[in-house]
Design a protein around this ligand. Structure first.
Ligand SMILES: [Cu+2]
Length: 341
C-alpha cells in the first residue's frame, strides 16, 4: 500500500514535472496540425471561425498492399473488370464554427463542400471521366473537457454527421447513351446516414515541445434511402510539434485509418459490380497509414489569426482491392477568433 502511494506520488510528479509549464493556449503549437479535427477547446465566451482547403490525389490501384496495373484490372485473364478508375483527384472546402459557452464545453459545426473527378480506362482502350460536386455531410456536436493537469488535458469529442450530402450524384457513362445515371459509391458527396463520430483527444506541452493524440470513430446508424451504408471507420493519430519562434511551429504526425466495406448495395443498373471495382461493396475497405509534416503560424494581434498547412504522405496501405491508392493529401487552413475571452 505504502509502495503504491509512493509510486502514484512519483507518477503525479512525473506528469507535472516541468512545474513552471502551465498549458498555454496562445502558442502556434497549441493547435494540432491542421488536418486534425476537434483538437482544442476554447475559453468561455469565445467564438472561432475556420476555413480549410483540402486536396487529395489517388492514382493507381492496389490489391492488399501490392500495386496492380490498370491493364491487369481490365484484362479477362486478370481481374476481369470492363472498366477501372485510374485516377481520382478530390478537393474539399470545409467551413467551421466553434463556440464555448463555458471553459469545459465547446460546440462545433462543420460544413464541407466536395468536388471529385474520376478518370477511367476500359478493356477496349477507351477512356472517360466522371465528375461530381456538392455539399457533404454537415457535422455538429461538442467537445467536453474531461481532465486537465498543469500542462496536459484530455477531452471527449462527441460529433454527429447529418445526411446533408448527396447520394444521388449522376453523370454520363460510355454505356449510358448520353443519359446521366447513378454514379458508384466513391463519387457520392454524402453518406446518406446519420453517423456518430465519438473520439478522445489528449494534449500536452513541455518547454518548446507539444504533443497530442486522438482516437476517433465513424459509426453509421442503419442504411440510407438507397439501401446501403458506407463502412465504419476507426482512426488513431499522434503528433509532435516544436516551436521554432514565438509564432511559428512545425510538426510531425502519424495517422492510421481503418475503413470497413459497404453494407447493402445500390440497386441502380449503372452501379454494376461486374463492370467496375468502384461498384463492388466488398472492395471499399482497407487500412491506410500516413505521415504528416505541418507548419502553424499564429498572429495573436490579428484576432488570434492562424494559418496552417499539413502535407500527408502514405507510409503503408492495405486495401480490399483493386482499389485506388491514396498518394498525397494537402490541407491548408485559416482560423480566426472574432470574439475573444
Ligand atoms: Cu477553435
Amino acid at each position: 500500500m505504502k509502495k503504491l502511494t509512493i509510486l502514484s506520488a512519483a507518477a503525479v510528479l512525473t506528469l507535472t514535472a516541468p512545474v513552471a509549464a502551465q498549458w498555454n493556449a496562445s502558442r502556434a503549437d497549441s493547435h494540432a496540425p491542421i488536418g486534425v479535427m476537434g483538437d482544442h477547446l476554447h475559453e468561455a465566451g469565445e467564438v472561432m471561425l475556420s476555413y480549410r482547403y483540402m486536396t487529395m490525389t489517388m492514382e493507381g490501384s492496389r490489391i492488399g498492399s501490392d500495386p496492380v496495373a490498370d491493364a491487369d484490372i481490365v484484362s479477362p485473364s486478370g481481374e476481369g473488370f470492363m472498366i477501372t478508375p485510374t485516377r481520382m483527384p478530390m478537393t474539399m472546402q470545409m467551413f467551421g464554427a466553434m463556440f464555448a459557452p463555458s471553459d469545459r464545453i465547446t460546440f462545433m459545426a462543420m460544413l464541407p463542400l466536395v468536388s471529385s473527378s474520376m478518370d477511367h480506362v476500359t478493356r477496349h482502350g477507351g477512356a472517360f471521366t466522371t465528375e461530381s460536386s456538392g455539399m457533404g455531410d454537415i457535422r455538429v456536436g461538442a467537445m467536453v473537457g474531461l481532465a486537465d493537469w498543469a500542462n496536459q488535458s484530455l477531452h471527449l469529442n462527441a460529433m454527429v454527421g447529418l445526411p446533408t450530402g448527396s447520394i444521388e450524384q449522376m453523370d454520363v457513362l460510355p454505356i449510358s447513351e448520353g443519359r446521366e445515371v447513378q454514379l458508384p459509391y466513391p463519387m457520392q458527396t454524402g453518406s446518406g446516414t446519420f453517423d456518430l463520430h465519438p473520439g478522445l483527444t489528449w494534449l500536452g506541452q513541455a518547454g518548446d515541445w507539444s504533443w497530442g493524440a486522438q482516437g476517433n470513430a465513424t459509426i453509421r446508424t442503419g442504411r440510407n434511402s438507397r439501401d446501403w451504408a458506407l463502412g465504419n471507420r476507426v482512426q488513431g493519430s499522434a503528433w509532435w510539434s516544436r516551436l521554432l519562434s514565438r509564432n511559428l511551429s512545425a510538426g510531425l504526425r502519424l495517422v492510421a485509418t481503418r475503413t470497413g466495406d459497404i453494407d447493402g448495395m445500390d440497386a441502380a443498373p449503372s452501379v454494376n459490380p461486374a463492370m467496375v471495382p468502384t461498384a463492388r461493396t466488398d472492395l471499399r475497405g482497407g487500412t491506410l497509414v500516413e505521415g504528416g509534416f505541418s507548419v502553424n503560424l499564429y498572429i495573436p494581434q490579428a484576432r488570434a489569426f492562424r494559418i496552417a498547412g499539413e502535407l500527408l504522405l502514405p507510409i503503408a496501405q492495405n486495401l480490399d482491392g483493386p482499389q485506388l491508392e491514396t498518394d498525397l493529401t494537402f490541407v491548408l487552413g485559416l482560423q480566426i477568433v472574432p470574439i475573444q475571452h
